[in-house]
Design a protein around this ligand. Structure first.
Ligand code: FAD
Length: 480
C-alpha cells in the first residue's frame, strides 16, 4: 500500500524518522505544503522561507535518487491542510501518512485535524519523534509535571542518554520507480521577498552543507567552544541553527558528531563538547516547555505574575533599536548583523533583548516578533524561551535585577571592538577604548552620522527595577 511522507521542518533524507518509517512500510511518495498565509501569521522571515524553498529543491534531488517523487501542494493556511491532504491521499490511494512531530499549538491542532479527516477515510496518520531526543511528556519531575528548571531537566536527560543513546538511522535505500512524477519546487512564494544574494551565500542549502558544518565544527572548533562561544568576532559557534530549525540536520546527527569528538562522553571529558551538548539540551528544554506550558506559544508570559508589568509604548525607541540606531555600538552592530545576515550571535541576542525589555522597558513580545520576522533560524520555542529569559518573564529566566550593561558586555566580549567595526563602518576609526561608548568622548569624535544614545543606561536600569518591584509578586524584593 502506498505510503506518504509529509515533510515540514525536517527537510532531509538522512536520519529522518518519518521517511524511514514510510519507506520501511511500502512504496512512498513525499508531500510538501506551501502555506503563505500561515507563514505570514507566524511571522516567518522571508530569509527563512527562502531557505526552506532552497532546501526543498535540494531535498527533491535527494528524494529523486531514492525514486521518491515529491508533490508540492498549496494550503494557504493550515485550516486547508486536512482537505488538501485527504484529496491527494484518495487520488493516490495512500494508506498511511507519516510525519515528524512538531510542537507549537497550531502545529498540534493542524495535525489533529488532518488525522481526524484521514481517519474518516480509513487512512492512518502516524507521527514520529524526530526533532528531539525525548518525547515531550517523557521527561518529567517526580510529581509528574514538566520541568521548569533547565539544570534539573538536563540531569534527567543525562540519565536517559546514559541508559539509551538515541541512534542515527541507516541511510535510506532507493525504492523501485513509481508512475508518479514530481512537482517543480517554486523559486519564490508571494508575500516573501527574496533575500540578497550575499545573505543566501552565507547559508547554502542542503544536507551536504549541514554535514560540512558539523564536521568542520567538530574537527576544528568544538574543543574551544566553552572559551570562544561568547565572543561574536570569533567563529566560536557552529552556525547550525538555521539547519536545525529547518530540519536539514537532525539533533541526533549533531549529538553523535559531538560524541565522536569526545570519546563518546557527553557529560565529562572535553568541556567544549560538554558545553555544546548542553546547548542542544537547551533547545530540547524549550520545546518541552512549549508542550508542557502551551500558554507560551500563545503570546502569554510563562510567569503569569509578570503579565501586569507596565511596559512602555515607545515606538520611536523601538524603531531605533530595530534599525540599529540606538547610539550604543554593541546593540547597533548586533542589530545590523541580524538585518544583513538573518542571524545574530547568541551573546548578542541576550544583550539586545535585555536592552529592549529592561533599558527601554518595551514588551518582550515586540522583540520576539521582530526577531521572528528577521531570523533565518527563527524557532518559536527557542525564540520565545530566549526573549522570556531576557525579560525575566520566563521559566528559569534571568532574575529581574540582573540587568546586563551593554557597555560592559561590549568591553568584555568584544574587547578590541572588532565586531563593532565590522558592522559599524562609521566607527572604524575609533580605538578600542572609545569604540564601546563614543558618547563618552563628549562629541569630540566628529562622527556626524552616529547618533547619541537614545537612553541613559543608569536611569533606565532604575526605571526597570522599579517597574518590576511595583508588581505585587516582587514587592519588597531587593537586588542583592
Ligand atoms: C532572545 C533570543 C532569541 C533566540 N531565538 C532563537 C531562534 O529563534 N532560533 C534558534 O534556533 N535559537 C534562538 N536562540 C538561541 C541561540 O541564540 C541560537 O540557537 C544560537 O545563537 C545559534 O547559533 P549556533 O547555531 O552557532 O549555536 P551553537 O552555539 O553552535 O549551539 C548549537 C545549537 O544549539 C541550539 N541552541 C543553542 N543555544 C540555544 C538556546 N539558548 N536556546 C535554544 N537552543 C539553543 C541551537 O539549535 C544551536 O544551533 C535565541 C536566543 C535568545 C537569547
Amino acid at each position: 500500500m502506498l505510503q506518504m511522507i509529509w515533510f515540514r521542518t525536517d527537510l532531509r533524507v538522512q536520519d529522518n524518522s518519518a521517511l524511514a518509517a514510510a519507506m520501511g512500510s511500502g512504496p512512498t511518495v513525499a508531500l510538501y505544503l506551501i502555506s503563505p498565509a500561515q507563514w505570514l501569521a507566524h511571522d516567518d522571515a522571508p530569509s527563512k522561507v527562502d531557505f526552506w524553498l532552497r532546501n526543498l529543491k535540494n531535498l527533491a534531488d535527494e528524494l529523486g535518487k531514492l525514486n521518491v517523487p515529491l508533490l508540492v501542494r498549496h494550503a494557504d493556511d493550515w485550516s486547508a491542510a486536512p482537505q488538501v491532504i485527504a484529496e491527494l491521499c484518495q487520488q493516490l490511494q495512500t494508506s498511511t501518512v507519516h510525519a515528524n512531530e512538531e510542537y507549537g499549538v497550531h502545529e498540534s491542532r493542524r495535525d489533529q485535524a488532518v488525522s481526524e479527516a484521514l481517519d474518516e477515510l480509513g487512512i492512518t496518520f502516524t507521527s514520529h519523534l524526530d526533532q528531539l531526543f525525548f518525547k515531550p511528556g517523557s521527561v518529567l519531575t517526580q510529581s509528574g509535571t514538566y520541568f521548569k528548571v533547565y539544570s534539573q531537566f538536563r540531569k534527567v536527560c543525562y540519565q536517559r542518554l546514559h541508559s539509551a543513546l538515541p541512534t542515527v538511522l541507516a541511510p535510506p535505500k532507493a525504492q523501485a520507480q513509481l508512475a508518479i512524477s514530481s512537482d517543480a519546487v517554486p523559486e519564490q512564494v508571494s508575500g516573501f521577498a527574496t533575500p540578497s544574494e550575499t545573505l543566501r551565500q552565507l547559508w547554502p542549502a542542503g544536507e551536504a552543507e549541514a554535514r560540512r558544518r558539523i564536521d568542520d565544527f567538530a574537527a576544528e572548533h568544538i574543543d574551544f567552544y566553552q572559551s570562544t562561544r561568547d565572543f561574536p568576532a570569533k567563529p566560536g559557534t557552529s552556525q547550525l541553527s538555521a539547519y536545525l530549525a529547518a530540519g536539514v540536520i537532525s539533533p541526533r546527527q549533531c549529538l553523535h558528531a559531538a560524541l565522536s569528538a569526545n570519546q563518546g562522553e557527553f557529560d565529562s571529558g572535553n568541556p567544549g563538547v560538554v558545553t555544546w551538548i548542553n546547548e542542544l539540551l537547551w533547545r530540547e528544554f524549550y520545546k518541552h516547555i512549549l508542550v508542557g506550558y502551551p500558554r507560551v506559544s500563545m503570546h502569554r508570559a510563562f510567569r503569569a505574575e509578570t503579565e501586569a508589568l507596565a511596559w512602555r509604548n515607545a515606538p520611536i525607541e523601538l524603531k531605533a533599536w530595530q534599525e540599529g540606531r540606538t547610539g550604543l555600538p554593541i546593540i547597533d552592530a548586533a542589530m545590523r548583523q541580524l538585518l544583513a545576515t538573518g542571524w545574530m550571535h547568541n551573546r548578542l541576542r541576550m544583550v539586545v533583548a535585555m536592552f529592549v525589555t529592561k533599558n527601554l522597558l518595551i514588551d518582550w513580545r515586540e522583540g520576539e516578533r521582530f526577531f521572528m520576522r528577521h531570523l533565518i533560524d527563527g524557532d518559536l520555542a527557542a525564540n520565545n524561551g530566549g526573549w522570556q529569559w531576557s525579560s525575566s518573564t520566563g521559566t528559569d529566566s534571568a532574575p529581574y535585577f540582573r540587568i546586563f550593561n551593554p557597555l560592559s558586555q561590549s568591553q568584555k566580549f568584544d574587547p578590541d571592538g572588532r565586531f563593532i567595526r565590522q558592522w559599524l563602518p562609521e566607527l572604524v576609526g575609533l580605538n578600542k577604548s572609545n569604540i564601546h561608548n563614543p558618547a563618552a568622548m563628549g562629541g569630540l569624535f566628529g562622527i556626524a552620522d552616529y547618533p547619541a544614545p537614545i537612553v541613559d543606561l543608569s536611569k533606565s536600569r532604575s526605571r526597570a527595577l522599579a517597574a518590576f518591584k511595583s508588581l505585587p509578586h516582587f514587592a519588597g524584593t531587593e537586588a542583592p
